[in-house]
Design a protein around this ligand. Structure first.
Ligand SMILES: [Zn+2]
Length: 294
């Protein structure tokens, strides 16, 4: 008798198109308030696709968005999805430091719980700006502020983020902190390759991604952690011509086919909320292994 393949965790980082790190140098925070808000329509489309597929997911939502669109937050929670926190203001955790991080996640939790009417216990750092080397205090501060898990670390090398020395599987970075549920990577060619979503998911041929995630599920017996954003399925969003070429490429490539890709992905694997798929890892986390790329 073989064990059933593990269910994977589906997650959405709910933020506006103008809040991404790639545009931070071009669209200053002061312009957020006057920029064209598109997050409600795209997130409602995601809710519809998930409902059609019968999938419940986790929505890591920005406090800034929840304050302006509380009805959307309420719809997310009422549909049976897990409402979780993407922090308040989408600031890089390693840049703002411990005290402002605490304020940011505290404020986000209050705003989200008020809007959604449910407890918020999951957290994802903006732009995966958490890791053992850059923010060794983050998981403890999260525990102190009433969170129960973090899904904020991407254990690979990347120019904007990444913690290549972090363990690949769920682990407890700090005995006094919350467990970490990292983005999924595939170990191949002596490296950790991304297998979790983002620009890579839009760029790679879909069957290649499917094969990689199946390998994580079957060969390693691990559940995957997938993420995407409402702006990735919104090809009609305003174009930021002043952004660097590389940022524009990453942001806009294949947005037109992304929604159909997600529909396929929802069909090809079994999915669930982060707090359900990783319930045992959250309840009884394993200590961080000391070996690299564990
Ligand atoms: Zn984000």
């Amino acid at each position: 008798m073989t064990a059933p393949p593990p269910r994977n965790a589906m997650s959405v980082d709910v933020e506006e198109w103008f809040q991404v790190q790639a545009f931070a140098g071009v669209i200053p925070r002061e312009r957020w308030e006057v920029s064209d808000s598109r997050v409600v329509a795209s997130t409602d489309r995601i809710l519809a696709r998930l409902a059609e597929a019968g999938v419940r997911a986790t929505f890591f939502t920005l406090g800034w968005v929840a304050e302006r669109h509380p009805a959307l937050v309420r719809r997310i929670a009422e549909a049976g999805h897990e409402l979780a926190s993407h922090g308040y203001g989408h600031e890089l955790v390693h840049q703002i430091g411990q005290a402002r991080f605490r304020e940011d996640i505290r404020r986000a939790k209050v705003v989200l719980e008020d809007a959604g009417g449910v407890a918020v216990t999951g957290y994802r750092a903006p732009t995966f700006s958490v890791g053992p080397a850059i923010t060794p205090w983050a998981h403890r501060v999260l525990a102190e502020e009433g969170y129960r898990y973090s899904s904020s670390v991407f254990p690979l090398r990347h120019d904007l983020y990444g913690a290549p020395d972090a363990p690949r599987g769920p682990h407890l970075p700090d005995p006094e902190g919350v467990p970490e549920l990292p983005m999924t990577t595939l170990r191949a060619f002596g490296r950790n390759l991304p297998c979790a979503g983002g620009g890579w998911f839009r760029l790679a041929p879909y069957p290649l991604f499917r094969t990689a995630l199946r390998r994580v599920n079957q060969a390693e017996g691990r559940a995957g952690m997938f993420y995407f954003h409402p702006w990735e399925i919104d090809p009609g969003q305003p174009r930021v011509a002043a952004a660097p070429r590389r940022a524009r490429f990453r942001h806009y490539t294949r947005q037109g086919s992304m929604e159909q890709r997600i529909v396929r992905l929802l069909r090809d694997f079994a999915w669930g909320r982060v707090d359900e798929v990783f319930a045992s890892e959250i309840a009884a986390p394993a200590p961080a292994p000391t070996a690299r790329a564990a």
